[in-house]
Design a protein around this ligand. Structure first.
Ligand code: ZN
Length: 135
């Protein structure tokens, strides 16, 4: 699976977002080490605190299917489903990624409307993280 294909899957998932409050659609596509892909979209709730991001939906779907070895995740998002700028993951999703993704090997892919792709390691977007190795 190429980065471009994974990004396309993330973009496609923005159409499934349930976002009646923010109207900010986000899609994610997670590539596991065995080649399988799990996707997610953000799902809002009238009780805002239980809203969940697309990235965590994809990760939790994978974990619930027995997958915990991940290579990369593509994330796309934009207001009213229109992709313009890069859509980086929130702090909560970065923390969840540290539970399953290797800090140096796990990659986060972001793309904008001009098809520019940015690739970061988990360590780059979450320096000095708190992970299971500290417990
Ligand atoms: Zn998030």
């Amino acid at each position: 699976m190429t980065n471009k294909e994974l990004i396309e899957k993330a973009k496609e998932m923005t159409k499934r977002s349930y976002v009646p409050y923010s109207h900010f659609h986000v899609g994610a596509a997670l590539l596991c080490s065995d080649g399988s892909v799990y996707t997610g979209c953000n799902i809002e709730n009238s009780a805002f605190g239980v809203t969940i991001c697309a990235e965590r939906v994809a990760i939790f779907k994978a974990v619930s299917e027995g997958k915990t070895d991940f290579e990369k995740i593509a994330i796309m998002g934009g207001r009213d489903g229109v992709i313009e700028d890069f859509c980086p993951p929130c702090g909560s999703c970065r923390q969840v990624m540290t539970e399953f993704g290797d800090l140096k090997k796990f990659k986060i892919l972001l793309a904008n409307a001009e098809d520019e792709i940015k690739e970061y390691s988990l360590e780059e977007i979450l320096p000095m993280s708190f992970g299971k190795e500290r417990l």
